[in-house]
Design a protein around this ligand. Structure first.
Ligand code: ZN
Length: 384
């Protein structure tokens, strides 16, 4: 859906883009989440939103264009952050059988308190109350429910109704939870890496929530992200010039770490399905944006190398083609890389091939989609 110019001449898309750009300078976490969420404008003639403000279904954030126009730039930023936190906090799937309206109030209280504490400016709302400080959404919900059951009145606010919670089946819920966990995991790594201070300042209950969200259901993508994060941190000193030996050099304070030269190999012997290949390629996209490799080489190989790509920041990774279908051997790729070693090779394979015991001279990570035993070298992450 493309936003149309309003009759006032306001272009909502331009307003949104400006807010998103400024948000990048304010919060790495929220900006990173923003990249994974689709933002669109509602059609006031045929609205999806129950109230013409904004709302999220966990995958999209939908804005009413007229409401959006009336906000100041800082309020627009605050609104985006507010909606992103509904997603990050799992408000779409955590409600259970609770009353949707009160749940929405509770979520808003928790988010608004945190955001105002961090200096964000929000659209006008009466859902800020310091008595709910340091409470989880569930705790605030219980307080509000008690109040309502005792005949008390709940406040009114424009923002209510912005959790667009359709009745999800268990499967849809799980899908959404997985998607959100992936987004949060990527945003967390991005933040730890690029704005350690922002990560340090995250409220402890938020960090705890993320741990709970990520720990029980770590999938291979999250394990890989964490591994790469550790990998880059371990070598931090190696990448950063030692100040003592460079007395006359100006050292920039803003330092963007890189993971160095990365090679990716995909076993195209037929053991990887099209669906898996799609997932792998989108994960490689994620590695490129998050870990900023100095160079990124990609290989498709079975018993020989069929495809080889030098990926730069303009390459559309998801459209690269990988052919093959023969037997599997790891030697073609390993031998080729020995001549021009990367820092890290990530090999997607079912591991059904010769057992490798010779250290190739670079780190190797096997992402395995079978239950085959580990290789003789490197680390293994199992997809299933
Ligand atoms: Zn809300």
């Amino acid at each position: 859906m493309t936003a149309k110019l309003l009759s006032t001449g306001f272009d909502p898309q331009v307003g949104l883009d400006k807010a998103k750009i400024e948000l990048m300078t304010i919060s790495t976490f929220i900006s990173s989440m923003c990249f994974d969420i689709i933002h669109k404008f509602d059609d006031p003639k045929n609205p999806i939103l129950p109230i013409p403000t904004a709302g999220t279904d966990g995958r999209h954030i939908i804005y009413d264009p007229n409401f959006f126009e009336k906000l100041t730039q800082p309020q627009r930023i605050g609104l985006i952050a507010h909606e992103v936190w509904h997603v990050a906090w799992g408000h779409l799937t955590r409600r259970g059988d609770r009353d949707p309206k009160i749940w929405n109030y509770a979520g808003d209280y928790v988010i608004n308190l945190m955001l105002t504490q961090q200096g964000f400016i929000l659209p006008e709302t009466d859902l800020i109350d310091s008595q709910y400080r340091n409470m989880s959404t569930e705790e605030v919900y219980n307080k509000l429910k008690e109040k309502q059951d005792a005949g008390g009145k709940l406040p009114q606010s424009n923002m209510i109704g912005d959790i667009l919670d359709k009745k999800l089946t268990e499967e849809e819920k799980k899908d959404l939870d997985d998607k959100v966990a992936d987004m949060v995991s990527r945003a967390k790594v991005n933040t730890e890496l690029n704005s350690p201070k922002e990560w340090g300042n995250m409220p402890s209950d938020v960090k705890r929530m993320f741990e709970e969200l990520l720990e029980p259901q770590l999938n291979w993508k999250q394990i890989l992200m964490q591994y790469l994060n550790e990998f880059i941190k371990d070598d931090y000193s190696w990448q950063r010039p030692n100040k003592r030996y460079l007395p006359n050099l100006y050292l920039p304070t803003q330092y963007s770490p890189t993971i160095g030269d990365v090679a990716i190999a995909i076993d195209t012997s037929g053991s990887i399905s099209d669906e898996e290949l799609k997932e792998i390629l989108s994960e490689v996209e994620g590695i490129r944006t998050t870990f900023n490799p100095t160079s990124l080489r990609m290989f498709g190989a079975d018993s020989c190398i069929h495809d080889e790509y030098e990926v730069d920041r303009y390459t559309d990774i998801c459209s690269l083609k990988f052919g093959g279908g023969g037997g599997t051997s790891f030697h073609p790729v390993l031998d080729k890389l020995k001549k021009d070693p990367p820092r890290l090779l990530i090999y997607f394979t079912d591991l059904w091939a010769e057992h490798i015991t010779d250290e190739p001279g670079f780190d190797t990570m096997w992402i395995c989609n079978s239950d085959h035993e580990e290789q003789g070298i490197g680390h293994t992450i199992y997809i299933k």
